[in-house]
Design a protein around this ligand. Structure first.
Ligand SMILES: *Cc1c(COP(=O)(O)O)cnc(C)c1O
Length: 368
């Protein structure tokens, strides 16, 4: 493959995605200190935009790190070692939640559904009844490994009805689908800059509800660790000089600020509709080609679509061939690495025009 082709493929992986030129431009500005009244004000404006985008009314932190740092902070702060949680496991990232909680010494009760299916809210309700000690539920909103959306609203309702906590991984849904943190009663919700929010990788966003803070305060033993400790994050959050205690990647925060501005200008409802329509177009086109889309329409993610490769085609080969045609896609994860292709379509790439170009490239590749 020639350098010319490889140098500029569209990022159709499930994140990071391509970012708008205006967002990219923020990275090229001169570095400023991560403290001082002017910067603290700028940072808070980004936090406010993020709260609007996630429909979150409580605390929201923006922090240096990737999505998993936020999950570490939320799970390790709300739950103490020896406590119990129910984890919804129906894909690679659900497994990650279970693994991450286990690494904090938390006892994990798995509530499973097959890869490619959502976890039913009633199953979570049953798991909570079977495990009265479980203090909360961990669930992935958009399972990026399969392109399936879990019914987080109904799952949160089952947990709340029983007085349990809800921690949501919204890394692949924030900015492309309603997350509605406060209305749905999420006690902690985690996302990152580099997917549906349309910014480069580098910062994580974590919300905490009042009930979440109560869980932090009522812990019998203090939170372990230092840099992913939500109690420490909160201690500094009110400072007008430096609302955190480590160095911020100021340029990434500014880039996120710009992408959130653009997102809110477009309008949440309009943006969600655009992603929904583009994902429908892609699924319809894939099926017209005789390809099998993993997610049923009723629970398909608006940002990521996974499909099975045709008989006799290995996923890594198809990925490499598509890269040669200008589109960087990903293979399946874990057991699906050889059979499944995952396509990300978010932010600037979520347009009918780019999807049609992608479909044309796929057709040429499979029919040639
Ligand atoms: C991408 C993704 C993550 C990983 O986040 P990092 O920023 O790589 O740590 C976690 N959960 C889901 C659902 C994702 O799609």
């Amino acid at each position: 493959m020639s350098e010319a082709v490889l140098s500029d493929p569209l990022l159709f992986i499930p994140g990071p995605s391509d970012v708008a030129p205006e967002v990219l431009a923020e990275l090229g500005r001169q570095v400023v200190p991560h403290y001082g009244p002017a910067w603290a004000k700028e940072y808070r404006r980004v936090v406010d935009h993020a709260k609007t985008a996630l429909q979150a009314e409580g605390h929201l932190f923006i922090y240096a790190g990737s999505g998993h740092l936020g999950l570490d902070a939320a799970i390790g702060s709300l739950f103490a070692p020896g406590e119990e949680v129910v984890a919804a496991c129906n894909g690679f990232f659900g497994e990650r939640l279970a693994e991450l909680a286990h690494s904090h010494g938390i006892r994990v009760r798995r509530c499973e559904a097959p890869w490619g299916s959502p976890v039913a809210a009633e199953e979570i309700g049953r798991a909570l009844d079977a495990h009265p000690e479980a203090k909360g539920v961990l669930v992935v909103h958009g399972e990026t490994s399969t392109g399936v959306q879990n019914p987080v609203e109904a799952i949160a309702a089952e947990a709340k009805r029983r007085g349990r906590l809800v921690v949501v991984d919204a890394v692949s849904t924030a900015g492309v689908a309603p997350v509605s943190v406060t209305a749905r009663g999420f006690d902690a919700c985690v996302t990152a800059s580099q997917k549906g929010l349309g910014a480069p990788p580098g910062v994580v966003l974590v919300t905490v509800s009042d009930e979440g803070w109560r869980a932090v305060e009522e812990r019998k033993e203090p939170i372990r660790g230092w840099s992913a400790n939500l109690a420490k994050w909160r201690e500094h959050a009110f400072s007008d000089f430096q609302p955190y205690f480590i160095t911020m990647p100021v340029n990434v925060v500014r880039a996120l600020g710009k992408s959130l501005e653009m997102l809110l200008e477009e309008g949440l409802a309009e943006r969600f509709a655009r992603h929904r329509e583009v994902s429908q177009l892609l699924r319809r086109s894939l099926r017209e080609m005789g390809l099998s889309v993993i997610a049923p329409d009723a629970c398909a993610l608006p940002s990521v679509t996974a499909f099975r490769c045709p008989e006799g085609v290995a996923a890594p080969e198809l990925r490499d061939a598509l890269l040669g045609r200008g589109f960087y896609v990903s293979c399946g994860l874990g057991p699906w690495s050889n059979d499944v292709i995952r396509v990300g379509h978010m932010g600037v790439n979520a347009t009918p025009e780019r999807i049609s170009r992608f479909i044309a490239a796929l057709k040429r590749e499979l029919h040639s």
